[in-house]
Design a protein around this ligand. Structure first.
Ligand code: NAD
Length: 541
């Protein structure tokens, strides 16, 4: 553990204090580094330039990922200086999609420990294991059990790359200080047979524990975190559907916690809708959405939109009627007998409709949102029908990855004669149509979770409410400029993510203080308070 007083080699191996070749001559004398480094000091800027050259020489993003993770354990300031110099470029390397490949190969490319592994075999001793983490003031935990890693399924302990990568984005995109962050994997086994048979697999060699034993283990974990780090927020990440919703329901009113896959996802879709309204110039309460898909993403987004509509004056019932769901068995109507409890609130009092295009014609939505995991279902007939009903049809194919997208950006613009307001789950390049360049937006959760993280960290919020996500969504949409809108872009450009996140964090923090949910005193200037709480990658003097 770093004592903050190391000298010589020990200092060069402390990632938080290490400056590498940027140690000045006087620091080298002071800390016993003379002779341990090549004699000429470099500036941070030159170190960055050297890194950029090195990255350019590499052949694949996985190699770049490995270079960056080595850098992170060697020199944290330089790592974040690089990420923050161009977040749009480095996000796909430290997080999706490259992190997916790194997780798949985790056991075979394992290099150094990072984060905390809590195996279920340590039941009864979770607190003891947590104490082994060198930082005593932990404020932000991202935790997974590895069961639904991105779209890759059950990766067991190899999912650790996700909490690590996600926390790097919390820091890079909103300045959540890295020393407060802790990535954790709960190892409850895996049902991935290939992993269980791989001699290099590093997790427990057993099938997943389910039921009460699982719940008790999660409970022990939450309690231990509360005891050791009372101000800590727990963010649940990439749990399978069967555990994700119950875990959130169990803790959301007891501790400061959220699930990004459920709440962050819904909020980023809502941010896209608020952005779209700048273009369609109609209020949220006049919108009608039809979802293709009725799973967890669809119901999560539909619930948050409904709540946002009720905040603007509709009753809960009116709001839900404006969010219709269409799944593999057709439009969700009350006469259907196959609906789950979480789907029933959205069932319409309507005759059954079996094709999506018929549902579009019958319900006349202002927007369609694709979360079906099935490509090409927003076909020409669907988009033409939307374009006939609406001047500016909202078309959001959100299924990931790109190969599953319900339509491409080019199709949406072409079939709507350039009138579609488009955003997608996976990125699409700009589209030339009718002499105009359209820039498709990507509904990436990164617009929401770093802002939420920064706000709860700075305010030490007691709880995280759905209203906080609605505020985050609005705040993100407010930052879309006229120039962005002119090219069809309804999210702020990813290159502006840091500024956008701090603005959204400020808006969320205002709410936290207004609702007496904060555990710190209300500052006079909340924006300045958030700014000053944010980490900046500069070497300490
Ligand atoms: P899910 O498996 O829970 O739900 C899929 C739904 O699609 C089900 O209701 C199913 O009945 C329906 N469906 C399947 N085939 C269909 C068909 N032919 N016609 C109509 N409906 C059909 O999945 P999920 O967790 O809800 O995620 C759905 C998709 O949304 C995924 O591709 C995911 O990547 C994407 N997603 C994107 C974002 C984002 O970009 N921010 C966020 C969340 C989810």
């Amino acid at each position: 553990m770093s004592t903050g007083t190391e000298t010589g080699y020990a200092l060069l191996r402390d990632p938080r204090r290490n400056k590498g070749t940027a140690f000045s001559m006087s620091e080298r004398r002071q800390f016993g580094l003379e002779g341990l480094l090549p004699p000429t000091p470099l500036s941070l800027e030159l170190q960055l330039a050297r890194l950029q050259n090195e990255l350019a020489e590499l052949d694949s993003d996985l190699q770049r990922y490995l270079l960056l993770s080595d850098l992170q354990v060697r020199n944290e300031t330089l790592f974040y200086a690089l990420l923050m110099s161009d977040p749009a470029r480095f996000m796909p390397i430290v997080y999706t999609p490259t992190v997916g490949e790194a997780c798949q190969k985790f056991d075979h490319i394992y290099r150094h420990p990072r984060g905390l592994y809590l195996p279920i075999t340590a039941r009864g001793r979770v607190r003891e294991l947590l104490r082994n983490w060198p930082q005593t003031d932990v404020r932000f935990i991202v935790v997974t059990d590895g069961e639904r890693i991105l779209g890759l399924g059950d990766l067991g302990v190899d999912g650790m790359g996700i909490p690590i990568g996600k926390l790097a984005l919390y820091t890079a995109c909103s300045g959540v200080p890295p020393h407060y962050c802790l990535p954790i994997t709960l190892d409850v086994g895996t049902n991935n047979q290939a992993h269980l048979e791989d001699p290099l697999y590093l997790g427990l060699r057993q099938n997943r524990v389910r039921g009460e034993a699982y719940a008790e283990f999660v409970d022990e974990f939450v309690q231990a975190v509360q005891e050791l780090y009372p101000a800590c927020c727990i963010q649940w990440e990439d749990f399978a559907n069967l555990n994700a919703a119950p875990i959130l329901a169990r803790y959301r009113d007891k501790i400061c916690t959220f699930n990004d896959d459920i709440q962050g996802t819904a909020a980023v879709a809502l941010a896209g809708i608020y952005g779209a309204l700048h273009l369609s110039k109609k209020p949220l309460t006049e919108q009608r959405f039809l979802f293709l898909g009725g799973g967890s993403a669809a119901t999560g987004i539909a619930s948050l939109i409904s709540q946002a509509m009720t905040m603007e004056g509709l009753t809960a019932d009116e709001a839900r009627k404006r969010n219709a769901l269409f799944d593999i068995n057709g439009l969700m109507v009350t006469s259907r007998t196959d609906l789950s409890e979480f789907q029933k609130p959205f069932a319409l009092d309507h005759a059954p409709v079996s094709t999506f295009v018929e549902a579009v014609k019958a319900l006349r939505p202002t927007g369609i949102i694709g979360v079906s995991t099935v490509p090409k279902l927003f076909n020409q007939a669907v988009i033409e029908a939307m374009a006939e009903i609406n001047d500016r049809p909202i078309i959001f194919p959100y299924s990931n990855p790109t190969s599953r997208s319900e339509c491409t950006a080019e199709e949406a613009y072409r079939w709507s004669d350039g009138r579609a307001i488009f955003a997608s789950g996976s990125p699409f390049p700009p589209v030339e149509y009718g002499g105009k360049t359209f820039v498709p937006g990507q509904g990436n959760n990164v617009y929401i979770f770093p802002a939420m993280g920064m706000a709860v960290l700075a305010t030490q919020a007691r709880r995280i409410t759905d209203e906080m996500f609605i505020i985050a969504a609005k705040a993100i949409a407010e930052q879309v400029t006229e120039a962005n809108l002119a090219s069809g872009l309804i999210y702020p450009p990813q290159s502006k993510i840091f500024t956008a996140s701090l603005y959204a964090a400020t808006e969320i923090a205002k709410y936290v203080f207004d609702r007496n949910l904060a555990r710190v005193e209300r500052p006079k200037d909340i924006a300045a308070f958030i700014q000053s709480s944010a980490y900046r990658p500069v070497y300490p003097e």
